[in-house]
Design a protein around this ligand. Sequence first.
Ligand SMILES: NC(=O)c1ccc[n+]([C@@H]2O[C@H](COP(=O)([O-])OP(=O)(O)OC[C@H]3O[C@@H](n4cnc5c(N)ncnc54)[C@H](OP(=O)(O)O)[C@@H]3O)[C@@H](O)[C@H]2O)c1
Length: 258
Amino acid sequence: MSAAGSQLQSPNHVQSLDVDPLAGRRIFVTGGTSGLGRALVRAVHARGARVGFVARTAAAVESVARALPGSVGIVGDVAEKTAIHRIALQATGRLGGLDVLINNASSLGPVPLAPLADTECEALEQALATNLVGPFRLTRALLGALAASAREGTGAVVLNVSSDAAVQPYPGWGAYGASKAGLRHLSEIWDQELRELGIRVLSVDPGDMDTPLHALAAPEADRGTLKDPAVAAEEVLGAIVSALAALGASHLSGAKGT
Ligand SMILES: NC(=O)c1ccc[n+]([C@@H]2O[C@H](COP(=O)([O-])OP(=O)(O)OC[C@H]3O[C@@H](n4cnc5c(N)ncnc54)[C@H](OP(=O)(O)O)[C@@H]3O)[C@@H](O)[C@H]2O)c1
């Protein structure tokens, strides 16, 4: 990830060492009820952020929201064109704006994984809708809120969760790999185009994690060799904190110390 451009707001706030840089920030995570997404929601909630998340299964959304008082759980499908504006409006309305968007929800495409010759067009479309077009639509729908945060000096970051399958052409991972390659490329172009607004767009590969998605894709894998999603969440948050610092984002008034 490259450093923020020189045209961005220069640091003009003294960063207090005892305040968590995520405290008080408004953070929205897609796919926040399982694996990496749930670990991210838990971690930012523990660090004093105002967190919202979306997933399709209502019972799971309610369960995570109940366990994390003050968090905002939204039931919705990021692959559904007609759901995006409702999700974006609920997120910004209930969080009071937005500083950080994490596009994490993901579809493997065909399950079990299949060579391209055996991949139904609908499975390819599902992977693209969830992993590429959904994050594009949601980012567009939230641009106004993110730009407002950037103008206010609290920083604005979009982090798109990538994969090594975005760069390695693994046989059997065609639909997923193509969608993640597209998302990675889109992230880099977004990042160039939004820098003048003071918004950074990052793409981060969390590594192989012990999650339901991994179990679905590679049921034979030795789970002992896989990363705990809580560890990956801290790495992802480290990238966001670095980007906020490079933007010169101020700590938020009223943020609690840690
Ligand atoms: N696990 C790995 O080893 C690994 C490796 C590299 C990259 N990644 C990436 O890391 C991210 C997280 O993966 P994970 O392994 O934590 O996945 P996971 O455990 O399967 O969790 C996926 C989450 O996304 C939600 N979701 C799925 N489709 C959705 C949709 N259309 N709209 C809204 N929410 C949706 C799921 O809830 P519902 O089903 O209820 O909607 C769930 O909360 C993904 O972007 C994945 O590609 C994972």
